[in-house]
Design a protein around this ligand. Sequence first.
Ligand SMILES: [Zn+2]
Length: 397
Amino acid sequence: MKFVVDAWSKGGGRAGVLQVGSCPALIETPALLLSTRKALPNFIPPDLLRSLPSPDSRLLQFSPLHFLEGPSANTISDIGGVRSLVSLHEFGFAAIPRDSTAILPEFDCTNKLGASFNTPSGRHLLKPAEYMRMLAAMKPDIWASLSDEVPSRATDKRNKLSVDRTVKWLDECIALSPPGTAGFGAIVGGWDALERQRCAQEVAKRNVSGYWIGGFGLEETSDQITSQLLRVVVENLPEEKPRLVSGLGLPEEVLRGVAQGIDLFDSAYIHQLTTGGFALTFPFEAAKRHSISDGMSDGTKINLRADVYRKDTSPIMKSCHCYTCMNHTKAYINHLLNVREMLAQTLLEIHNTYHYLGFFQFIRRVVKEGRFQEFHQEFIETRRGHSRVVPADDVCA
Ligand SMILES: [Zn+2]
């Protein structure tokens, strides 16, 4: 893995280039990792996945936890790893032991040997050695070490235990690290700034290729605390290595992360929008943001289940060049949603992913032009204005 930071914006935000494993594409950062179920997007088939902008869409997140129910590590190894399993040879893969869409950490676990997760088939205990055996079979380009994530309500004692365990497990993971892969050290500590700092300092001493910041997106979070915790963590990390955060998905959360120097984002946001029947429509440019007047939008998205779209023969966004907007109308997607055709989610996931990749592209542009702080402030202010006119039942984000 190679990573170079090539631009800093005054007041926050940095842009760089990441090259991982066998993925030939250079990924520009800040970047979005596409979330998957068993290494493929939830609804986008492989041929349409290739219709998304490249190389922006070439870095996929997957959760090894999804494979606890099979196929087995031996079978995946025999096939040649996750990349060969799903036949996406030109893509990069990042293994992260978390998926907030279906699998949650078992916070009350008292087992000191490994992380415990609630999965659809019951509770699973995963020890570092077993986790690394899975990764050796899956051959991801990037992997995050096993962590003991805790929610914001955790006690001081539990936060401390979480950090102690996560650092210990990191050492075990490093000792068993598969050759040719890039290990990211997990940083936890809940809502305790001192524990976050301690964890970041301990992980920064280890021989890792980057950092994975966990513990966000598990419960409602305060904007101010999120920024404070990210700042404490990033201040204690070397500048030359990439920082990946999970659980920050809303546009405002992404901007908050970028402002603190985060390079990579992984979240269930696109998945949640898509399964809810929502399409992202928020514009990036300031002038366009002021022009939104559609009463069905909250300034971020529209709900395509709404009756108002039943006879709407326009695309989700006329200015969007994604496969969905180039070929289909709101009326058709509304119909597909009403008759519960999975093609609705496929078309929505394509549009939402395309749109969000465009948002990240715009963020990189303003960082490189040195006007990220100005863009960030203006974005938040115009959206505050929108939120005052949105009907409460149309807002889910
Ligand atoms: Zn579109």
